[in-house]
Design a protein around this ligand. Structure first.
Ligand code: SF4
Length: 494
């Protein structure tokens, strides 16, 4: 389980439904695994936009009274983990402003690699920013006269953005759902009676009984309003520019979701099967490192015919470990969360299946606890390749130096983790498991092959943002009362 990286955000939007706010709440709840630092909903009635948002989980940020006050037929919602900008009230999304074009709200999943450059330019001309998030530059651009005077201001703005983004924009009378030309993050479109729905993942459609229609295409803007749906392109589709995030399949997406046209559970099972073919082991029991590697472990078990068992119990009342802001706190919650089942593992040769390993610190702790519980042999199998590079597209990876696979051989990693054998799924094996007829994945964190060019200035910005979050987290640790409360049940995702 990759407890050391964080997703950026989850989006939900609905148009033309009398209970839009309540459905947005449920849609965000279903996607809580995509961000747990803050949540927010904006609704509109044709004339104006209302907003309710706050820090913490959806249940912390939005109460029953908020939902009553938000009663309107158009809604957008957002759950956030900050990959740029600190975790503060001012950065909670959707952001809502009143500017030269009226009220506009925005929710964003991804990272704009040229946001720093655009922001510096606007600040130079006297613009005042109220957040530290990259998303705010889009609002400044939408209100900028040079874009407002164009025939389609939004398409002109989007053509200036570089990086990874799915966006939900709300105006008083409509929503605009947008996916960047690389299609890096998922965004799907669904139908619920007369209402149209958009969401980062299909699990949000399932939860409200909406029917999946299709994915929003890379480079497409879909407008949802009280009168129906319209689509336009802001760039010509180009297969060579696609870069779907393979990590959605490795770890992020809910197993029930269809992402980039494939079901995440089935893809993970196929990764597990491929891993068993590439890296067999002589063992008595296959165990997933709960809970995220269950699908891959099932695939490994099917192909290897080694019995599948349980190696850990999970304390469902502890929050996902990576929502905690410092490594120390994360380590403590991991220990609280997983307890090895001595009766299951003592004296046995184990194949332990992980979905991915980032820093390796939590994996190492789990292997040590299996040893203490009496495991005779531990053969660690990882259902993705070694992560050797950071992500600049909206996933909060540690720096390159902190990655356990950075400048280490597999044998050196095995030694560090303290296991008897270690094997990773090959890049080819991972991509083959996820491959659809016309997909083209980003696998830069594994291969170093970045599909969207990265400006060196942006890498510097990312470093500064990471420092900002670190100091922000320190502040929150000192003020324990302001830390987000743990989710009610961590089991929701697997
Ligand atoms: Fe996803 Fe990795 Fe690409 Fe980031 S670098 S978008 S995590 S595949």
């Amino acid at each position: 389980m990759t407890a050391e990286i964080r997703h950026s955000c989850g989006l939900f939007g609905i148009a033309n439904h009398p209970e839009a706010a309540q459905l947005a709440y449920l849609g965000l709840y279903a996607q809580q695994h995509r961000g747990q630092e803050s949540a927010g909903i904006c609704t509109a009635n044709g004339q104006s936009i209302l907003r309710r948002a706050g820090l913490g989980l959806v249940t912390d940020a939005i109460g029953p009274r908020d939902l009553t006050e938000l009663a309107n037929p158009l809604a957008i919602g957002h759950v956030r983990y900050s990959t740029t900008g600190s975790c503060s009230e001012s950065n909670t999304q959707p952001l809502l402003v009143t500017c030269s074009i009226g009220q506009v709200a925005i929710g964003h999943n991804g990272n704009l690699v040229n946001a720093g450059e655009i922001r510096r330019e606007y600040e130079h001309h006297g613009h005042i920013f109220t957040t530290t998030s990259d998303t705010e530059v889009i609002l400044h651009m939408l209100a900028d006269r040079q874009f407002v005077e164009r025939p389609d201001p939004l398409t002109s703005v989007l053509r200036h953005l570089c990086g990874s983004y799915t966006l939900l924009l709300m105006y008083p009378d409509r929503l605009e759902a947008i996916r960047d030309p690389s299609g890096n993050r998922p965004l799907c479109l669904g139908r619920l009676g007369e209402a149209w729905v958009v969401a980062s993942e299909t699990c949000a459609l399932d939860i409200i009984d909406a029917e999946y229609v299709r994915d929003v295409a890379p480079g497409e803007i879909v407008t949802l309003s009280l009168t129906g749906l319209q689509s336009r392109r802001f760039t010509t589709p180009d297969a060579s520019r696609l870069g779907y995030c393979i990590f959605e399949h490795v770890y992020f997406a809910d197993p029930s979701s269809f992402v980039f046209g494939e079901n995440a559970h089935l893809v993970r099972m196929e990764m597990g099967r491929a891993l068993a073919r590439e890296a067999p082991a002589d063992a008595d029991l296959v165990i997933p490192v709960p809970n995220c590697a269950r699908c891959a472990a099932l695939g490994y078990h099917e192909t290897s015919r080694i019995p599948l068992g349980r190696g850990f119990t999970t304390n469902h009342y502890i929050g996902r470990s990576f929502i905690q802001p410092t490594q120390t706190i994360r380590d403590l919650t991991v220990r609280l969360k997983l307890n090895p089942i001595r009766g299951s593992v003592a004296g046995r040769r184990l194949v332990v299946v992980e979905d991915s390993i980032v820093r390796g610190t939590t994996t190492r702790g789990k292997m040590q606890s299996l040893r203490r519980a009496g495991a005779k042999e531990i053969h660690l199998r990882v259902a993705s390749p070694p992560i050797r590079n950071p992500c600049y597209y909206g996933i909060d990876f540690p720096s390159r130096q902190e990655l356990v696979a950075n400048e280490r051989t597999v044998e050196q990693i095995r030694e560090y983790l303290g296991v008897d054998s270690l094997a990773y799924l090959s890049l080819e094996g991972m991509l083959a498991a996820a491959e659809t007829a016309n997909s083209n994945f980003c696998h830069a964190c594994f291969s170093g092959d970045y599909p969207i060019p990265i400006d060196p200035c942006f890498q510097k910005d990312m470093f500064e943002q990471r420092q900002l979050r670190f100091f922000d987290a320190l502040g929150r640790v000192r003020d324990v009362g302001s830390m987000p409360s743990p989710p009610a049940a961590d089991a929701a995702r697997d």
